[in-house]
Design a protein around this ligand. Structure first.
Ligand code: ATP
Ligand code: MG
Length: 441
């Protein structure tokens, strides 16, 4: 053990006081976690239908990846990152605040685009040091889709359609799509000059963040959440009026494909996104039903990012959704999420039967039946009454009663718990595979 580690072991915090999770970081417990699995299952199935493949990258990345990728004058890099120095080798590391940069790093590092574009998706925790509140946490979870190596508006439309299809899969209503185009860097430069001139004329109306960003990142001022600045922002020169022919054609292409698919959208000229890496199409899915944290999914095109982090330049587009917010919306709408329950609960009056019981349960499980076994407590197996109570509470539709009568006949009683019939039958222990299908949902 190194000296440093020894020091940590001896700090008073190591005494047996109850510990709690870090502020803003949540435990996701059953039965709630069942809702997460339900969402993840739907996402996996949907991604497969759009031929997006799973990618898993490390949660910790070199700090430079985010500084270079997201831009230094962004909320995330300025004040939200969990960055630290590796005590053993001095490396500067950061818990990922988002995963587009990590995906792009991996794609470049492994030359994934050598044989053409790739469609990828990920799910996982992200970390931002923000003020915890409803819909805003320090460890939160994103599901993201990224399509790399494709330049046309068709892939922008595809990835938006994918998100829209997910809302329908989840039964979400009242989700609105807002889109905008940020054009190309040269167009932004021209807009930027006029924007700065305008904001300078109204400098007295800017808040502290606004004044600080006036010259470093004026576009971001348009993104402000400060109500006092809405008026000045409303009157600012609009980026969309600076777009050239090509940028406009790309935007028109995206819009035409959305319209052909009946996807309603609203053009929001003030939608600029919080990160520096976007160009052309940007979009957000928003709802009024979650209070202030109403953006459930956000994304756009980022044709410059791969080059920016040192890879061979390639176009790309993607989005990320906030799992906590999406699930809150699902719950808010009263959607009935099926929680996992066992098909059957094994009631075992006498512990001596357990070896045989376990063997039967294994056969049932191998045949696809979900079975919960009544396990021994400190006082043994407990009364039949208490076991049936547990069977009821488990949600199982059948009790499997391994009583001494049954076992003497090499059988088990299968008793219906939920249909009100109380119907029961005897089944043979050796032929479990034959009657297993009757127990399945
Ligand atoms: P916001 O404007 O709400 O801070 P953002 O622009 O920082 O969002 P993105 O970086 O675009 O968010 O992340 C995509 C999505 O991830 C958001 O639309 C949101 O649903 C979710 N998200 C972002 N930050 C948090 C957080 N701290 N807690 C929970 N969800 C978050
Ligand atoms: Mg944010």
């Amino acid at each position: 053990m190194s000296e440093k580690n020894e020091k940590i072991e001896k700090t008073p915090a190591a005494k047996a006081q109850p510990l709690s999770a870090v502020k803003g970081m949540n435990d996701i417990l059953p039965p709630h976690s069942g809702q997460w699995e339900w969402l993840e299952d739907k996402v996996r199935a949907l991604m497969a239908r759009y031929a997006y493949r799973n990618i898993r990258t490390p949660i910790v990345e070199p700090t430079q990846l985010f500084v270079r990728g997201l831009g230094e004058v962004t909320d995330i890099v300025e004040k939200e990152m969990y960055s630290f120095e590796d005590r053993l080798n001095g490396e500067h590391l950061t818990l990922r605040p988002e995963n587009t940069a990590g995906v792009v790093r991996a794609v470049a590092e492994h030359s994934l685009l050598y044989d053409g574009g790739k469609r990828l998706y990920y799910m996982g925790p992200m970390f931002r040091h923000e003020r915890p509140q409803r819909g805003r946490y320090r460890q939160f979870h994103q599901i993201g889709a990224e399509a790399l190596g494709f330049a046309g508006p068709d892939i922008d439309a595809e990835i938006i359609l994918l998100a829209d299809a997910l809302w329908r899969e989840l039964g979400l209503q009242d989700v609105r799509l807002e889109i905008n185009s940020l054009g190309q860097p040269e167009e932004r430069r021209q807009h930027r000059a006029e924007l700065i001139a305008y904001l300078e004329r109204h400098a007295d109306l800017l808040d502290e963040d606004g004044r600080r960003r006036l010259h470093s990142n004026p576009l971001r001022i348009l993104d402000t959440k400060n109500p006092a600045m809405q008026a000045v922002v409303e009157g600012a020169p609009r980026l969309i009026d600076f777009l050239g022919e090509q940028s406009l054609a790309h935007f028109e292409g995206v819009k035409a494909m959305l319209e052909a698919n009946g996807i309603a959208y609203r053009i929001n000229p003030r939608l600029v996104r919080g990160l520096d890496y976007y160009n052309l199409t940007v979009f957000e899915f928003v709802t009024e039903r979650l209070g202030a944290q109403g953006t459930i999914c956000a994304g756009g095109r980022y044709d410059l990012l791969i080059g920016q982090i040192g890879g061979k330049p390639a176009p790309a587009v993607g989005w990320a959704l906030g799992v906590e917010r999406v699930l809150e919306l699902v719950r808010e709408q009263g959607t009935d999420i099926p929680l996992p329950v066992p098909d059957a609960y094994a009631v075992v009056p006498d512990a001596s039967a357990l070896p045989l019981v376990l063997r039967t349960l294994q056969q049932l499980r191998a045949a696809g039946v979900a079975v919960q076994m009544h396990a021994a407590g400190a006082e043994g197996m407990g009364s039949m009454k208490s076991q049936f109570k547990k069977a009821d509470a488990s949600g199982a539709r059948y009790a499997l009663v391994f009583g001494s009568d049954e076992l003497a006949a090499a059988e088990v009683t299968v008793k219906a718990l939920r249909d009100g019939s109380g119907a029961q039958s005897r089944e043979s222990l050796s032929g479990a595979a034959a009657w297993a299908s009757r127990l399945k949902t």
